[in-house]
Structures are given as structure tokens and as C-alpha cells.
Design a protein around this ligand. Structure first.
Ligand code: ADP
Length: 372
């Protein structure tokens, strides 16, 4: 018979893990906290020096592996928390962020998911990143700013219309699904309604969706940008108080040229690019199990290196991902143990680490709440 996992079992398993270069274990240094045991699933937080968060990722993985080795264990989730602010001076990117539009009250970070052209899987990626961040225990919202082709209703399987936050209120309540809040022009207009938007209207619609929606307290709002790098996108990037941007590209040369334009656009307006994701990177054949690199994969990684921005990961071309997305069942929540979900979770972790590291330089990051 299997015995239940205890806190002591977890701490014992972690007693052999120490951060790089340290002689004491993470347990004796008091870095392990908020151990939550739910049946056989275990979650806990690992504190990291904000200057050292990327290096602690290896330790986080080792800690996760050590607990995963316990007999009878279920899911294991280890969150890095950078809870020791070091300096109080703003970095150039933070100063630029503060200079751009005023912050949205209650929202700690706004990040943009962008692509140089349409159809590369930007919206699919944005949804799965948002859900990956939520799975880490953060309060997340998603704003579909792709008003030319809003896809959030379909991707999130939302058919309801938003209502006022309270009677007489000027604010709309966001819709909630899979534990995240969502707002999209697609919730407000019929799918078949043709819309012709001029630049200023796009900006007006986005500002309204940012500020006239009762988002409440969010650790991060993910903005699914309109595809492309024209004036509209540039204005959005410039006037939204973004903490950072993520670029989605396919491996084809053409898409990469567009991705480069996206990188340059964010550089121009001083928004830090948190990284590039290569979507439809390779095809994992369900029949033969072999990996086929249809579009000559790896271009985005090389491009990221050349541009000096992080490469966040490769998402394969996968028919299941498309089927699930089209049914409003994002893989990250509907198949959380699948290899695809693992890719999005890893990307989400890297994004959060980058946000927490940047933020720790000016103020303590929001506490990571593990609550499930
Ligand atoms: P964009 O926002 O860039 O226009 P979407 O996210 O709407 O792109 O994706 C376009 C189409 O490609 C959708 O049908 C989506 O389900 C599909 N798709 C996206 N990423 C993948 C993938 N990795 N594998 C298979 N299909 C994908």
C-alpha cells in the first residue's frame, strides 16, 4: 500500500540539493517555503537572489527531480521566487516603461505577444503562455488586441458576452475561463461583422479594453497584438506600459525576416524583448515517431542569438494542438501532462523569471501564491 507524502519526505528529498557554489543545502539555507501537499501532488517555493535567478533555475530543476523521485508522488511544481530586492535604481527599460502610458491599476506587468505576420500561431501561443503562467500560481489576464481577427472567443471557448462590472458601473467585467480573465473585441461584436479600423480607432479600442475593464489584481496581463509591424503596432507598443514583448515566428525565412522587423520595432520604442518562440518548428510524426524538420527548423534560435535576445523554445507542428485550439480547449490546461503543455510551461517559467528579475531591481515582486 502506498503511504501519503509528508512535508518531512519532501524536505528529506531536498536535503541533498544545494545552489551552485554553495556548501549548504537549500533546506538548511531556509530557501524552501510554502510547501503545499495536495494528495500526492507537491508544490513549494524556492527563494532566489534576484541577481542569480537564471542560475537558480538549474537548482529548481534539481529540486523538482529530487521530489519527483519519491515513491507514489504525483505532480510536482517548484516556483522560483526572487524575494530579496537588491537595488532601488530603475534600469533604462524600467524608466522607459514608466515613461510610456500610465500603468493599469492593480496590474503588475503587461506583456505583448507579437508576430511579424499573421498565421504564425501568435494567438495560440499567447493563450498557452497565459495559461502556463496561471499554472505557476499567478493571477493572469489575456487581452485580445488583435482586433482585425479576434480569436480569443474561439481559442478560449467563450461564447458569453461581457457584462458591466456592477450595476451603473462604467467598467466591463472580463470573462473568466480556465482560471484566467479575458477580454476581446470578439466578445463584443458578432464574428461575421466586418470591421474597418483606422489606426487611432485601434488605439482607442485597446486603451478602452486596458482601462475600462475591471481586471482586478493581476500579476500579468498578456496582450495578443495585431500581427505585423506597421504604424498601428508601433503605436500600441509605444503607448502601452509594457514590461516586455515576446515574438512568435515560424522557421521559414520569410517569417524570420518579419520577426526581425518585430524585434526592431520593440527596440525602437525601448520595450525589452523577453524572447523569441519558434512555432511549427518541427513535425513529430505520430506514425513513425520521427522528427521531421519540414521548414528547416532552428532559424529562430540562430536569429535570437544574432540579435542578442533569449530564445524561449520550440513548439512543434502538431495536429492535436490545432484541433484542441479550434475547439476552445487549450492544451496547456486540457492536456497538462502532455509534452506540448510542458513546452509552454517551460516558456512561461522563463518569462516569469525574466519579469521577476527585472522587477526585483526596483521593488519586491508580488508574492507567488501557490493555491490549488
Ligand atoms: P496568428 O495569431 O499568428 O494569426 P493563430 O494562433 O490563430 O495564428 O494560428 C493559426 C492557425 O494555426 C490556427 O488554426 C492554429 O490552431 C494553428 N496552429 C498554431 N500553432 C500551431 C502548431 N504548433 N501546430 C499546429 N497548428 C498550429
Amino acid at each position: 500500500m502506498m503511504t501519503a507524502i509528508t512535508r518531512e519526505n519532501v524536505l528529506e528529498a531536498l536535503a541533498g540539493i544545494s545552489p551552485p557554489g554553495a556548501s549548504q543545502s537549500i533546506v538548511s539555507q531556509g530557501l524552501v517555503s510554502e510547501v503545499v501537499i495536495n494528495g500526492n501532488d507537491v508544490m513549494f517555493a524556492l527563494s532566489a537572489d534576484p541577481r542569480n535567478v537564471p542560475a537558480m533555475e538549474t537548482t529548481r530543476q534539481a529540486a523538482e527531480a529530487a521530489v519527483k523521485a519519491l515513491p507514489g508522488i504525483g505532480k510536482v511544481m517548484v516556483a522560483l521566487t526572487a524575494d530579496r530586492p537588491m537595488t532601488r535604481s530603475a534600469t533604462p527599460a524600467q524608466a522607459a516603461r514608466q515613461a510610456r502610458g500610465t500603468a493599469v491599476e492593480g496590474v503588475s506587468h503587461i506583456i505583448a505577444v507579437a508576430s511579424g505576420k499573421g498565421g504564425v500561431g501568435k494567438s495560440t501561443t499567447a493563450v498557452n503562455i497565459a495559461l502556463g503562467l496561471a499554472a505557476l500560481g499567478h493571477r493572469i489576464g489575456i487581452l485580445d488586441a488583435d482586433i482585425y481577427g479576434p480569436s480569443m472567443p474561439k481559442l478560449m471557448g467563450i461564447v458569453d458576452k461581457p457584462k458591466l462590472a456592477s450595476p451603473g458601473s462604467k467598467l466591463l467585467a472580463p470573462l473568466e475561463r480556465y482560471g484566467i480573465k479575458a477580454m476581446s473585441m470578439g466578445f463584443l461584436v458578432e464574428e461575421a461583422t466586418p470591421m474597418i479600423w483606422r489606426g487611432p480607432m485601434v488605439m482607442g479600442a485597446l486603451v478602452q479594453m486596458l482601462r475600462e475593464v475591471a481586471w482586478g489584481r493581476l500579476d500579468c496581463l498578456v496582450v495578443d497584438m495585431p500581427p505585423g509591424t506597421g504604424d498601428v503596432q508601433l503605436t500600441l507598443a509605444q503607448q502601452t506600459p509594457l514590461s516586455g514583448a515576446i515574438i512568435v515566428s515560424t522557421p521559414q525565412d520569410l517569417a524570420l525576416i518579419d520577426a526581425r522587423k518585430g524585434l526592431n520595432m520593440f527596440k525602437k520604442v525601448n520595450v525589452p524583448v523577453l524572447g523569441i518562440i519558434e512555432n511549427m518548428s518541427y513535425f513529430l510524426c505520430t506514425n513513425c515517431g520521427e522528427r521531421h524538420e519540414i521548414f528547416g527548423h532552428g532559424g529562430a534560435r540562430i536569429e535570437a542569438e544574432r540579435m542578442g535576445v533569449p530564445f524561449l523554445g520550440e513548439v512543434p507542428l502538431d495536429a492535436r494542438l490545432r484541433e484542441r485550439s479550434d475547439k476552445g480547449e487549450p492544451v496547456t490546461v486540457c492536456e497538462p501532462s502532455s509534452p506540448l503543455a510542458a513546452i509552454y510551461q517551460s516558456i512561461a517559467r522563463q518569462i516569469w523569471t525574466a519579469l521577476a528579475t527585472a522587477e526585483a531591481a526596483v521593488k519586491p515582486p508580488p508574492r507567488i501564491v501557490i493555491d490549488r
